[in-house]
Design a protein. Structure first.
Length: 119
């Protein structure tokens, strides 16, 4: 069963990456994503993690017999695809910095404590 889950995860990653990030022959997948727009299917094609859940479902259906087993295999295949995506994704996430100065924050006093109170 483990071998089937690993193969399922590889297949799931391949299909998810194809629909999510690749142009396809003749830019057919680019046109598919544009046509999907901003609705449910457009959002689905934009999110690798969401799309991997949907693509993993048929693999789990065919690889497992019982309902409980199908649920576990479904999540395992999607998780394997997500791990592969993180391992192979070359884009660097943009760091998030929040400005320290904000009009709603209190200013520090010279003693390091809060204004008007004992530290």
């Amino acid at each position: 069963m483990l071998q089937a889950i690993v193969i399922g995860a590889l297949c799931c990653w391949r299909l998810t990456h194809l629909f999510n990030a690749e142009d396809g022959p003749g830019d057919i997948l680019v046109r598919l994503r544009r046509r999907a727009g901003n609705g449910f299917f457009g959002s689905l094609l934009d999110c690798f993690y969401c799309l991997s859940l949907w693509i993993a479902a048929p693999f789990a259906w065919f690889l497992a017999d019982a309902w409980r087993e199908r649920g576990l295999v479904w999540l395992s295949i999607s998780a394997g695809a997500c791990l592969l995506e993180r391992a192979t994704n070359r884009t660097v996430p943009v760091p998030y910095f929040e400005e320290e100065d904000h009009e709603l924050l209190r200013e520090r006093t010279s003693g390091g404590g809060r204004e008007g109170g004992a530290a």
